[in-house]
Design a protein around this ligand. Structure first.
Ligand code: HEM
Length: 182
């Protein structure tokens, strides 16, 4: 068992039931009725209808002050009241990856205020980012969010705000999958 590598398995059974699945940008993925997240390894999984692999990694762009703020207020996944989730695999364009690290940070944080915007929704929304780009996966990132039904509207506001930013001009594939805990 590995605590940093996870498979997200789309199947006909699983801990989370799919309530909505929309390809917002780029190619869609095969519809599934359930998704589960399991601790895994770098070995490809052949479980389920599809599986996507992601790794919990170090921060790339977050500076000390924000890191400390995040650590102080963010919640973990798995809160019993957080019965709703969103699984949003994202790929960014070659133009994004051709930028230098400081240029990417400028777009994400100075121009798009990604962390600034996101922070307003903590601790209600619990989040976890998984990296996939360097392991030959179809998406660059797998993002997972958990929240209580009372915070569902706030989560929509957060998504609307982020999707309007300059950073999102570089997103070339995004699948929005919503889930409810079984
Ligand atoms: C819940 C509030 C949120 C907070 C506090 C937040 C915060 C952050 C932070 C601090 C990073 C940078 C990590 C680093 O330094 O490497 C990040 C990255 C990222 N976030 Fe968010 N985020 C939030 C919501 C979202 C949402 C709703 C989405 C997707 C729809 C999203 C997608 C991403 C992606 C794809 C990255 C990686 C970007 C890259 O490295 O190019 N985030 N987030």
């Amino acid at each position: 068992m590995n605590t940093t590598i996870f498979d997200f398995i789309g199947d006909t059974t699983g801990e989370w039931k799919v309530t909505l699945m929309v390809a917002l940008k780029g190619e869609s993925i095969e519809p599934v009725s359930h998704i589960k997240r399991v601790s895994s390894s770098l070995i490809l999984s052949n479980e389920g209808i599809w599986s996507l692999k992601g790794i919990v990694s170090n921060l790339r762009y977050t500076e000390k002050e924000d890191k400390e703020k995040l650590l102080a207020i963010q919640e973990d996944l798995g809160r019993p009241e957080a019965t709703l989730a969103a699984f949003i695999p994202i790929r960014k364009s070659e133009a994004w990856w051709n930028l230098a690290q400081d240029e990417r940070r400028k777009i994400m944080e100075n121009k798009s205020q990604h962390t600034q915007i996101g922070m307003k929704y903590l601790p209600a929304i619990a989040r976890k980012l998984f990296h996939s780009r360097d392991i030959g996966e179809p998406f660059d990132f797998l993002t997972w969010f958990e929240y209580a039904p009372a915070d569902a509207a706030a989560f929509e506001d957060l998504l609307a705000a982020l999707r309007k930013t300059e950073e999102w001009n570089y997103v070339d594939r995004e699948i929005d999958i919503r889930l409810i805990k079984m």
